[in-house]
Design a protein around this ligand. Structure first.
Ligand SMILES: Cc1cc2nc3c(=O)[nH]c(=O)nc-3n(C[C@H](O)[C@H](O)[C@H](O)COP(=O)(O)OP(=O)(O)OC[C@H]3O[C@@H](n4cnc5c(N)ncnc54)[C@H](O)[C@@H]3O)c2cc1C
Length: 462
């Protein structure tokens, strides 16, 4: 029996765009965050701005919650519809509206897949740097909503650094376009910057203008192997303190290396304690000079071996291995809990020691990898959600890790957002006054708390 809700939505959008079977709802009840599931009441596959407006107007009449979803690769539960209601899925809004090669910008719909945009702009000698590990699946809309980072974030910045303009629908069905294609625009409050990273709680992006830059002329990729992870961590700040900003500076510990090697089998050594994947790009002369400084920083920090990728294929293989880190770890045990702390780079060695000690103290397995050049680490626990005692110990270990990150001047999330999983840590991180300001902003845009409720503010156990 079709419910009145589904039947009314089908009248509005047409049958094909409205899903309500148990199996379909189950598919949209989780994202990439472990231990978080909730079915929406109905799923709508919007493929135009008009569809978004119609769904929002309908939800307003019925007083229903609305949650937006891109590809569901989020790692803090952002697109899980914890209060049920209508799920708006944007993956059919996947048109690249314009690539302005002359003035270097791209205008896209929110459901465009990140890697597809890379391929299109690079074919024209242009570059869109943000490259989250999930880029072959994630959408640009999800990237903007989470202000996603990536492997190239150290030199080139994160998604928010490339957003020029956003068309945004609010919960009442109204829409604003804020920002232009201009690189400078200070008319009024900077609503574009404000909307970036709001995790689908303030508005729904329907059209996004992104800044592009020229594609770097050349690059050199290094694989640096270490017998001691602390030496690898020291190398990170040694490179930065020598005033070189590589385009990529990624770390993997031995647990991660072994899982990745089991998964992709590209000959990574299994007996090292850590590796760094380092890349410098740009003009050939600059790349040559930076490569020398990187070599010197690695040697000064007891690198066991340092290898340069022989060609583009080998370099791509190393990057693919790194991007596979989470999937490789996820194969080992039924539940993978990935975290996302960021600390100032000089204290990465101290943070790594704390992670190792917390794993030992609570008798759990943690593999750590991450964008170490940004100070962004992903301590990832391999566990089993059915083992309640172990899950309790995992929570305790993460408490220790978060406390330490905050004490070191770091943050509880570098790129995955607050969502549900970090909500309980947010008050400690930002303080009660800042939290109050955030709540007032949310209330001003969404007084009935119907747009992606249950995220950022409400503390929820995992
Ligand atoms: C293997 C793997 C690797 C990852 N690597 C990285 C990484 O390197 N860096 C990084 O930052 N993240 C990474 N992530 C996390 C995730 O991929 C990013 O947060 C990504 O931006 C989410 O995009 P999505 O399309 O899947 O969004 P979803 O998961 O569907 O949604 C994420 C949030 O965005 C909101 N949202 C989605 N679309 C819109 C829209 N059009 N308007 C408004 N709000 C919207 C949702 O409501 C939700 O709150 C990784 C995830 C995985 C699984």
């Amino acid at each position: 029996m079709v419910s009145p809700l589904v039947s009314k939505l089908r009248d509005i959008l047409g049958k094909r765009k409205v899903l309500d079977s148990d199996a379909e709802l189950l598919c949209y009840s989780f994202d990439a965050t472990p231990l978080l599931y909730h079915k929406p009441d109905v799923v709508t596959l919007v493929d135009s701005e008009e569809d978004i407006r119609l769904v929002l107007e309908f939800a307003a009449q019925e007083g229903l919650p609305v949650t937006t979803r891109g590809s569901g690769t989020g790692l803090s539960g952002g697109s899980v519809p914890v209060n049920g209601g209508i799920l708006i899925v944007t993956t059919s809004m996947n048109r690249v509206i314009e690539i302005d090669a002359h003035d270097m910008s791209a205008t896209v719909e929110p459901g465009v897949i990140t890697a597809n945009l890379h391929a299109l702009v690079e074919a024209q000698g242009l570059f869109y740097p943000p490259d989250p590990g999930s880029m072959k699946i994630s959408t640009i809309g999800g990237n903007v909503a989470e202000n996603a980072g990536g492997l190239r974030g150290l030199k080139y910045g994160v998604t928010g650094d490339y957003v020029l303009s956003l068309d945004t629908y609010f919960i009442d069905g109204s829409k604003i376009r804020y920002g232009t294609k201009c690189l400078k625009d200070v008319a009024g409050y900077n609503l574009t910057k404000f909307l970036i990273g709001t995790e689908g709680t303030i508005g729904i992006f329907s059209r996004i203008v992104l800044k592009l830059i020229p594609k770097p002329k050349t690059k050199t990729t290094f694989l640096a192997l270490y017998d001691d992870i602390v030496d690898a961590a020291r190398t990170v700040s040694a490179i930065i303190s020598r005033k070189v900003i590589p385009s990529t500076l990624e770390l993997m510990d031995s647990v991660t290396i072994n899982c990745v090697e089991d998964h992709v089998n590209i000959g990574l050594p299994r007996d090292v304690e850590a590796l760094l994947l380092i890349e410098t790009d740009g003009h050939p002369e600059v790349v040559r000079e930076e490569a020398e400084i990187i070599r010197e920083a690695c040697t000064a920090n007891r690198v066991r071996s340092l290898r340069i990728a022989a060609n583009a294929r080998e370099s791509e293989e190393l990057f693919t291995a790194r991007r596979n880190a989470l999937s490789a770890l996820a194969r080992v045990k039924p539940t993978t809990i990935l975290e996302d702390i960021t600390v100032p780079r000089p204290v990465i060695p101290e943070m790594m020691v704390t992670i190792r000690q917390a794993a030992e103290q609570y008798g759990i397995t943690i593999g750590t990898f991450g964008h170490a050049g940004d100070g962004n680490l992903h301590p990832t626990c391999l566990t089993d959600e059915r083992d309640k005692d172990e899950i309790h110990r995992v929570e305790q270990a993460y408490e220790v890790i978060f406390e330490k990150a905050i004490a070191l001047g770091g943050t509880i999330s570098g790129e995955h957002g607050t969502g549900i999983s970090k909500a309980k840590y947010l008050p400690k991180m930002v303080g009660s006054k800042a939290l109050e300001v955030m709540k007032r902003i949310k209330h001003a845009f969404d007084p009935e708390n119907r747009l992606n409720p249950g995220k950022i503010f409400l503390p929820t156990e995992r």
